[in-house]
Design a protein around this ligand. Structure first.
Ligand code: AMP
Length: 396
């Protein structure tokens, strides 16, 4: 039975999913989803079937998840035991950076892999891990088609004003551009909106992907026009541990006055800032909501404030707004954050229905709200699985 494996390799984690592809004419059907966390440390593997039943939820001995390659091996053992009939004919990879050229998924071979390696300086904390997942999969499935799906691809048609910084032109040519990320999530939301509310999909939509990583995207007719993330996955909204938008003067200050080097600054901005830095407590929104300390409340207030500012900015960039979509762990589950983001937004024509919001319905705006507010769970894995299916179908 032909199957696709999807891999999403983070710095110390590996997310995997197995999809049955059938005859390549229909939707890939998810069979297993899993996550190995803390690779190289005290690892843990969670995996479940499509019906939500648990296959595994247990620590892994260090030798079974010493690096991405052994972790993938462990995931494949689990898949083999659970679905011995599965023949993996395609592997889809989430790759954070596709550079300026890739607006669609590509087939990975040695040459393509080398070109993506050259982009590592643009995403030093993500791209190397993504590519180590690719190398592990190439070794495990030499016969399968390997497909790279880029987080940047969905944004590659931005108008120039939202693709550039006001630096001397030469930097743009060198690749210092506003790429935008979370593209697989936005791609999914765009497609889902086309199914459930085609009139909104055709209009001006702001999507707030609020998870541990967070960004917002303005779309018209389902295509990205502007995004809160720029050159790196640091820009825009504050995140679990990332600072979000920052005056570049702060970086100059850290260098000149605090004597910090690039690695230290990267550590500060990527790993010690955001909700964690502000609260001094946790990067986890749920924990902050439960904690109720002043610092936790202020961290949430800053997060909400930046989402609201970005919403206003994106609405202006789109020339108006017809719908706001929440997704990501926080967007999907935090009644409080959605309520605070939408509070007092009547001036823009947005009115939240508190009861619908509390129940987490798909539409959480009132019937009279000019702007529809929706909650749509995102699914990056199915976007990758569809790309693998389409690539296989094209190759015949
Ligand atoms: P993600 O990266 O999309 O998995 O999202 C992770 C974020 O979602 C974390 O900050 C979680 O605390 C947050 N989250 C998940 N469930 C809830 C919830 N019920 N209430 C508030 N935040 C939540």
């Amino acid at each position: 039975m032909p199957h696709a494996l999807t891999l999403n390799a983070g710095s110390s984690s590996l997310k995997f999913a197995l999809f049955e592809l059938g005859d390549l004419s229909g939707a890939p059907a998810v069979r297993i989803t899993g996550l190995i966390e803390r690779i190289g440390g005290s690892s843990h593997m969670r995996a479940q079937r499509a019906d939500g039943t648990t296959i595994s939820d247990a620590p892994l001995p260090p030798e079974e998840a010493a690096d991405h390659e052994t972790a993938l091996g462990r995931a494949l053992d689990l898949i083999g035991q659970e679905r011995p009939d599965a023949r993996v004919v395609g592997v889809g990879h989430r790759v954070v950076h596709g550079g300026p050229d890739h607006a669609v998924p590509i087939v990975l071979n040695a040459e393509a892999l080398e070109k993506l390696r050259a982009l590592e300086p643009l995403a030093p904390l993500h791209q190397p891990h993504n590519l180590s997942g690719v190398r592990a999969a190439l070794a495990a499935f030499p016969e399968a088609v390997q497909v790279a799906c880029f987080d940047t691809a969905f944004h590659r048609h931005h108008p120039w004003v939202n693709d550039t910084f006001a630096l001397p032109r030469g930097y743009y040519d060198k690749g210092v551009r506003r790429y935008g990320f979370h593209g697989l999530s936005y791609d999914y939301i765009s497609g889902r909106l086309a199914e459930i509310a085609p009139h909104l999909h055709a209009g001006r939509v702001v999507v707030a992907h609020l998870g541990n990583g967070a960004s917002m995207c303005g779309m018209i007719g389902g295509r990205s026009i502007a995004s809160s993330m720029g050159f790196s996955a640091l820009d825009g909204l504050p995140m679990g541990t990332r600072s979000g938008q920052l005056d570049p003067g702060v970086v100059l200050y850290l260098m000149s006055q605090e004597g910090m080097g690039a690695d230290e600054i990267a550590d500060l901005l990527y790993k010690r800032s955001g909700l964690l830095g502000l609260s001094g407590l946790s990067n986890d929104m749920r924990k902050l909501e439960e904690a109720g300390t002043d610092a936790a409340r202020e961290a949430i207030a800053y997060f909400v404030f930046r989402v609201r500012r970005e919403l206003g900015g994106l609405a202006a960039a789109l020339g108006g707004i017809d719908a706001l979509v929440f997704c990501g762990g926080i967007g999907e589950h935090s009644v409080h954050v959605r309520q605070k983001v939408c509070e007092g937004m009547g001036w823009i024509g947005l009115e939240l229905d508190e009861a619908r919001n509390m129940r987490g319905e798909t539409v959480v705006s009132t019937d009279l709200s000019r702007i529809r507010v929706l909650v749509i769970p995102t699914d990056e894995e199915i976007v990758i699985a569809r790309a693998v299916r389409d690539m296989l179908a094209r190759r015949g």
